[in-house]
Structures are given as C-alpha cells and as structure tokens.
Design a protein around this ligand. Structure first.
Ligand SMILES: [Zn+2]
Ligand SMILES: [Zn+2]
Length: 342
C-alpha cells in the first residue's frame, strides 16, 4: 500500500510503497476513506516527538477491508466505521468500563511517540475492533473523521464542569478551540468569548457558536476586553493554544476560584507564577483522553442534526497532495480542518 512516512523534523512527509498491514486476533484492517490532519501531528513532527519512520494520522473514518480472528463486536467487511484513536486491548477491566487510556497495554495509533503503531496517512490502517464505532449511512465519512477533534472539545467541556449560564472563554480558534466553542454553546453557557488572531478563524468562531470574538492580533488588552464583554471575569477559561505563557494568561483571566482547562498540549516547558495562582485559587485541569462513549455521542449528535461541524471542514486533499498540505498548515492561512482522502 501507499503511505506517507515521517523521516524526521524539518523533512516533509514522503510517500512510499510499504507492506500491507496484517490483522492479528481482535484486529481489523480498514480502508482509510478520510483522515484529518491534526495540530498535534504538526507539533509532533516539528518537535521531534513523532516516531521517525512512522506513519502519522489518528482522526480516521473508513470501511472494514478485512477482519482478523476473534473480532470484538459484530463487524463485517464493508462496514462504515469511525475509529477511536487508540489501540486498546478491549478485555482488561479498564477497557471494559470505557477507561481504555488507563489500560496497561494501551497504545495510540498515529506514530505520535516511540513504539506507537502506524496511523492513517495511508491507504490501509490496522486497528483494534474494540475501538470501532459504526457510522450511520447518512454521515459523510469525511465528516465522520472530524468526530475525533469534536470528542476532544467535548472532553474539555466535560472537564470544565460548566454550570448552566456560565461565562466561558475559549483561547484559540483552531479545530479544537472551535469544537470547544460548539460544546460550550450546546451545554448552556451564557456567553462564549473566543480569542484568536487569524481573521478567518474569528469568523469560524462565530459560525460555531461564540457569542463574541476578540481579535488579539493587535496590542489588545485581552483580559480587560473579555471582562467588558462578560460584565465580569469568566467562570471558565479553556486554552486551546498550547504555547508557553498561555496557562498563566488563562489563570490571570479567570474569576477567583474559577476553572482553567489546559486543552492545548504545550510541548515545551512552561513557567507559571505560583503567587498569581495562589491569589486566584483556580482549579486547573489537564485532561488527556476522551472515552469511547463520548465519541459515540458525537456521532449521534451529528446524525440527529443537533450539531453541524461542516464549517470546520475546510479542505480535502489526496494522499499525493498531503505532504504539501501538511507543510502549509505550519503557518495558519485559510485552512481549518484538512481531511486526507487516500
Ligand atoms: Zn487529533
Ligand atoms: Zn485494556
């Protein structure tokens, strides 16, 4: 099969012919129909975190091409599926209660670290059948690939424990920030302010449900502007940027005793004023993983027409176009979520 290989930081992805994956017991091979390019892939290739020689890509929808022995669940060749982006055993106590991230043998496909299995920037993908979810016929598989970032946004809002009528700030208008805005609205926030510096992302923020957007490209005093819009400091601040200094800004912005969620995964060490945090007494959380049930919920909400993530899907590219599209995403332009359709 053809796949896009990561050769190391500073090198573009390289298309090559590699052996077809083979399904072991409990596994399946998917024909990849759609795979989203994720910000964490961009970060991980720049920082040298991604596995050299590996295939990235973990936001996947496809069809079952073949099944290994003893599949978990009632699966057939040709079924349309979304894959929860993990590689779970499916049989231990944690997996059985949908806490697969605590599974002792858990891996995450997508080559985002040493030892992690290959991902879906390829024609075929090896998955655990425990991680599959059925995609209803009415849902386009390109849209189904967006369930993963939407589930991440859902996880961030779940961790924020919003109360009805809370005032929420979402920092950053990339796909995760936009998904977070969508769920903040869905779960009853009073007002949702999204901060961002890229013009088309500010527009998307409004399209996805932000009641206000703040352009931080100039020398805006963000904290003052947010308080003026909300009439008080926000109850919850969810940062979806992942750069050094952002967490301090979020703690500075939130109301006394408010909730701060670190949603952007900052890959460099960060400094933080303990004294500022001490006087604020915020709750600060670093949520890492959604559950299979949350991914299932996202699929059901799309199928029911209760959420519409289509404005976020900005481009579709082929596997041949992937290396260039991937490099282009290192500097924000008019792209939001780019989907690879091998
Ligand atoms: Zn992702
Ligand atoms: Zn397990």
């Amino acid at each position: 099969m053809r796949a896009a290989i990561f050769d190391g930081p500073g090198k573009p992805l390289r298309l090559d012919e590699v052996p077809d994956p083979v399904a072991e017991p409990g596994e399946a091979i998917l024909r990849v129909r759609a795979c989203g390019i994720c910000g964490s892939d961009i970060h991980a290739t720049a920082e040298g975190v991604a596995r050299v020689g590996g295939v990235l890509g973990h936001e996947v929808a496809g069809t079952i091409e073949s099944l290994g022995p003893n599949p978990m669940g009632d699966w057939n060749v040709g079924d349309r599926v979304f894959v929860v982006s993990q590689f779970s055993c499916g049989t231990c106590g944690w997996c059985l209660v949908d806490q697969a991230h605590k599974c002792e043998s858990i891996k995450f496909f997508g080559a985002l670290g040493p030892g992690e299995p290959d991902g879906a920037y390829a024609e075929l993908l090896r998955v655990r059948t425990n991680d599959l979810l059925r995609v209803p016929d009415g849902i386009d598989l390109g849209l189904a690939a967006m369930v993963e970032p939407l589930a991440t946004g859902l996880m961030l809002i779940r961790e924020a424990e919003l109360s009805i009528g809370d005032r929420v700030v979402v920092m950053g208008g990339g796909p995760i920030g936009l998904a977070t805005v969508l769920w903040a609205r869905f779960f009853g926030a009073r007002r949702i302010v999204m901060t961002e510096m890229v013009p088309h992302r500010l527009e998307l923020g409004t399209a996805m449900g932000a009641t206000d957007v703040v352009d931080i490209s100039g020398d805006t005093d963000v904290k003052t502007e947010v308080e003026a819009l909300l009439g008080q400091a926000p109850d919850a601040v969810i940062e979806c940027v992942g750069r050094p200094g952002i967490l301090s800004q979020a703690i500075d912005m939130v109301r006394h005793g408010g909730m701060v969620i670190a949603g952007g995964v900052c890959m460099q060490p960060d400094t933080l004023s303990h004294l500022d945090a001490y006087f604020k007494e915020p709750t600060v959380r670093f949520p890492a993983t959604y559950t299979k049930a949350e991914n299932q919920f996202v699929i059901e909400m799309i199928a029911a027409g209760r959420i519409d993530p289509t404005p976020m899907l900005s481009h579709r590219v082929t596997l041949d176009e992937l290396p260039d599209a991937f490099e282009a995403l290192r500097t924000p332009t008019d792209q939001c979520k780019v989907i690879v359709t091998p």
